[in-house]
Design a protein around this ligand. Structure first.
Ligand code: GLU
Length: 367
């Protein structure tokens, strides 16, 4: 069964005066319900909590600083979920709320728990609605924007496609606000070669074109396509699914990636980095594990189990993976043979600094 993640931006759901646009909720619920009826599974990632919190709190709470934004999201999130619930109910569809932070993707157990609860909802034809858990997420544990979060969710639930709905019709070849001859691009085949112009941010959301392109780039690497389209077009999701609507689709690469690698690749914040020599680089490119002998430098203060960036000797990222040893310990065993690890550290957790199953290549044209 085809699985879709539909990301809905604050700008789609908010009227000019900052109030929730109930007509839009109604149109989207009708649209997505029809897609679910048609046999597809849909997970929604929706922004709007902070925007709606602002509409309620008005002058009483300015949207400045993290604590205020956290409070605003706490006020707005129930309004957001309620608006969806009421509209989906008209189509006899049940929705569920899932609030996630970056930590929920790093911690393997929490990741699996979140995934399992969404799997159960999808099996029953329910519609999970995800947002970042803004109320508890300070910068260090935040994904930060819902374009990125939706890409992480798409990887988490093994979706075939991510649809990002915002207030733009498509990606253009040049900035349409500055060039009258800018043309929409319907398909981007090699996203790694695409250079986005910076259009700036929308009034209510956090992301912009750049976060959307980055999300699409990450997903293309693991075989998931992304479509960016206008969420104010009636029936847009059903039309995209049946090939009738436009927008810009970033095509996926063909490479198949296993589950552990998928979740690692999407963890955009790494805790440190490991530079490797040319020999180790060519081994890693051949899908081998990273061993201590090939490590030349360790940066950061990560622990065993943390996500790290793997770089070449010039510091260019070539991959990401889960380290089996801490930064301090890798510092002691770098350049050494596996047989020396026990003697140097007083314990041995295996030959691999990063096991091949937990390592994904991220260099352009790589994965
Ligand atoms: N989580 C935020 C909210 O619901 C939105 C983040 C974003 O706009 O990307 O208000």
């Amino acid at each position: 069964m085809e699985r879709l993640v539909v990301k809905i931006g604050s700008s789609v759901l908010t009227l000019k005066n900052g109030e929730p646009d109930h007509a839009r909720f109604s149109a989207l619920a009708e649209d997505i319900s029809a897609v679910v009826e048609g046999g597809r599974s849909v997970v929604i990632v929706s922004s709007g909590a902070i925007a709606f919190g602002r509409a309620v709190a008005g002058e009483r709470l300015a949207p400045v600083g993290i604590p205020n934004k956290q409070a605003l999201s706490s006020i707005g999130q129930p309004l957001l979920i309620n608006a969806y619930m009421m509209e989906f109910r008209r189509h006899r569809k049940v929705v569920g709320q899932v609030l996630l932070t970056h930590d929920d993707f790093i911690d393997r157990q929490r990741y699996l728990n979140a995934r399992r609860s969404m799997e159960i909802m999808l099996e029953k034809g329910f519609v999970p609605i995800v947002n970042e858990n803004d109320a508890i997420a300070i910068d260090e544990i935040k994904v930060g924007d819902n374009d990125t979060l939706s890409a992480m969710v798409a990887a988490m639930i093994n979706a075939q496609r991510l649809i990002i709905l915002s207030n733009i019709d498509a990606i253009y070849d040049r900035d349409p606000n500055r060039y009258t001859d800018a043309r929409p691009i319907s398909e981007i085949e090699h996203i790694e070669h695409y250079r986005a112009f910076d259009r700036g941010k929308s009034r209510y959301g956090v992301g912009g074109i750049r976060t959307k392109i980055d999300a699409a780039r990450q997903l293309a690497r693991i075989g998931i396509s992304t479509t960016i389209a206008n969420g104010r077009t009636d029936g847009v999701v059903a039309k995209l699914v049946s090939g009738q609507a436009s927008g810009t689709t970033v095509l996926a690469g063909h490479r198949k990636v296993n589950g552990a690698k998928k979740w690692v690749s999407l963890l955009l914040k790494s805790s440190g980095s490991i530079a490797i020599d040319d020999g180790a680089l060519s081994a890693v490119l051949k899908d081998k594990s990273l061993l201590a002998a090939g490590v030349v430098k360790v940066t950061g203060a990560f622990g065993a189990g943390d996500v790290v960036s793997v770089t070449d000797t010039r510091g260019h990222e070539v991959g990401r993976g889960i380290a089996n040893y801490s930064a301090a310990d890798i510092g002691m065993i770098r350049g050494r043979k596996s047989s020396q690890i026990n003697g140097l550290l007083g314990y041995f957790k295996g030959d691999e600094i990063i096991h091949r199953d937990n390592l994904i290549l991220t260099m352009d044209g790589g994965a």
